[in-house]
Design a protein around this ligand. Structure first.
Ligand code: NAD
Length: 260
């Protein structure tokens, strides 16, 4: 079956990448695109067959699954609308607050959805590897995550860095929120054992780089991923869209899609 896809924000960085990556695939077909009201793309062709609309209900009615790489406020609004349509979803927006996740969880009650801070195969492997490393090394090896992104990125730390840090905490068997350290400034004192630090660099056109470092006595382990093209996220999200339409209602992640 070919899944009919609605792309939100088709002129955004990820929106454009999704439209490009969908061309030529036979498991998905873009049948709708929704732009933010008042933006330039309204009424413009997105593909040869699709004209952008600003009406979420029209977009959701014309698809089997929508793909959302927008902003937390838009993601929340679309999840509420999609719950009324019982529409499947692939959500990649980062910087989501607990209240946003609660709305997304309500959609998952009535429709199958995939939510991931990163849709690349490599990063999802990294999540498994850091968890394994943290479990083997324990909190005696100081764990830190450093992420680098382009200068337009709004949220920090990146959703992927948080997912990596949470995977390390899971490997240590602790609650991430009890051990996290997102900024250091001034006299912060010696590093407490078990703390998990996350640092953010911003600059240029970097698509996304993440390194988890484990500092032991006299040695250091680093597990890194570097994205050089947004196409990896778009291809992963389209693969998730084709997969999720055949699933029962529930919230899935990329490890489910990849069968890892
Ligand atoms: P962007 O600013 O280039 O694009 C966002 C688009 O969303 C814009 O076109 C904007 O007009 C549109 N939008 C906002 N509100 C809307 C609304 N109410 N209706 C329709 N469209 C709306 O940003 P980007 O670089 O494409 O990133 C978007 C999000 O995806 C960010 O949260 C980013 O962190 C995340 N992201 C996730 C992954 C992943 O693998 N999960 C990968 C890359 C980016």
């Amino acid at each position: 079956m070919t899944a009919r896809v609605c792309v939100l924000g088709p002129s955004g960085r990820m929106g454009r990448s999704l439209i490009d990556a969908a061309a030529g695939r036979d498991d998905v077909r873009v049948t709708a695109a929704v732009v933010r009201p008042g933006t330039d793309g309204l009424g413009q062709p997105v593909t040869a067959e699709v004209i952008a609309t600003a009406d979420p209900d029209a977009g959701l009615a014309a698809c089997d699954v929508y793909i959302d790489f927008t902003s937390p406020a838009a993601t929340r609004g679309f999840a509420e609308a999609a719950a009324r349509h019982r529409r499947a979803a692939v959500i990649g927006t980062t910087g989501l607050a607990p209240g946003d996740h609660a709305v997304i969880d309500q959609l998952a009650q009535v429709a199958p959805i995939v939510v991931a801070a990163n849709f690349s195969l490599g990063v999802n492997l990294v999540l498994g590897l850091v968890r394994q490393a943290a479990r083997a090394l324990g909190p005696e090896w100081d764990a830190e995550v450093v992420e680098t992104h382009h200068h337009s990125k709004r949220d920090a730390p990146s959703g992927t860095a948080l997912a990596i840090a949470r995977a390390i905490a899971a490997g240590h068997g602790v609650d991430y929120d009890q051990v996290k350290r997102h900024t250091r400034d001034g006299d912060v004192g010696p590093r407490p054992r078990g703390e998990i630090g996350v640092s953010s660099l911003r600059g240029g056109d970097v698509v996304g780089e993440h390194t988890a470092s484990f500092f032991g006595a006299g040695e250091r382990l680093e597990i890194s991923h570097r994205a050089t093209s947004r196409a990896i996220f778009a291809v992963g999200a389209l693969r998730a869209a084709a997969w999720v339409v055949d699933q029962p209602p529930g919230r899935y992640d990329m490890l489910d899609v990849l069968g890892l």
